[in-house]
Design a protein around this ligand. Sequence first.
Ligand code: SAM
Length: 353
Amino acid sequence: MKNQISKTYLFKIYKKYFNELRILTYRIRQDYSNFRKYRATFSDFDGEILYCLVRERKPNIVYEISPDCGFSSIYITSALAQNNSGKLYSFEIEKKKFNIDTKKLIKNNIKNYSYKNHEIIIGDVVETSKSFANPDMVLIDSCHDEWFAKWYINHLFPRLNDIAFVQDITFYDRVEYSGESKVLMKHLKNKNYISLGIIERLENFKKINNFFPKRRSFESNSIILSKKIKIEKVLPNKEDIFKNNFFNLRINNNRIYEIENKLEPFPQRQNIHRTYLRLSKIKDKGFYLKKAIGFAITQLHYNSKPFNETLLFLLLNLNLIFMLRMLFFHPSSAVVLLRNVFTQLKDRIYKRI
Ligand SMILES: C[S@@+](CC[C@H](N)C(=O)[O-])C[C@H]1O[C@@H](n2cnc3c(N)ncnc32)[C@H](O)[C@@H]1O
């Protein structure tokens, strides 16, 4: 029987693989601009813990559902290469990404982290995974619909020998808004699991994490669970003071300070600009608008959503000077702005009908 998973266990392995992680995270940081050209949506802490778990638990078979462009794959292949054992199956539904054959794209993206026993399988994992040996470990970061969670709970978990690492389920203080997390949370009611968002905020973990260069420094929303292994209960604190960033505007000052304090520290909250925009409607308008704009600009080189949403917000709230300054900064976003205005108008007309 392999070791149970607890805070103490995770800390022990985080320390144990510290030197390997320093080297690996530095290499990923150097390659990050290449990953970002495609997509890289796996947070730093998740990658580090996933690496340590694969190193320590030495699985024979790992399923990665799904690799997308291969960013999460690098943590798994790197750990398997150090173990010098185990096989990774990466299941991906899309044949092509960015007009490039998916297998080729992934292989090229992870060439500095490649591992001999790695097979990429194209197709719907629900079908394609049936014929492979049962996994010891599985990473699930795939389709976020209800049916998909039902599939893995009923058909994949019974085949799993050790642990599942599931991304996009709960942050340390809120549940992801998806059909998948709704179904999984219901399944986990009264069961133990570990919220990595809570773990990454523990001081002893932060002290180690500070040594690693930031790659994709967003907060963790992963959980670790198992049917066969004992798991300590480390549940998220589910009182969502942000309400997915669209919180009630009639809140008191203490609550505002609480929100501000939670906004500032790293790792970053996703879509933080929305919270700043909301705060700008409560107090210190210019200050918070600048913060939202600042964040939007920092993201612009690989994600234009914050920039476009901020522009639309400025237009709808008639903060025209700020809006024009943003347009000056990035004139081509005017096209997206017009498209967004058109969509808004259409939605309003349809609602009336
Ligand atoms: C969030 S991305 C994975 C991100 C990746 N782990 C990373 O580190 O960047 C989700 C991926 O799941 C794939 N996917 C969705 N449904 C799937 C299915 N039924 N079978 C296999 N892959 C699927 C999508 O094509 C997409 O590439």
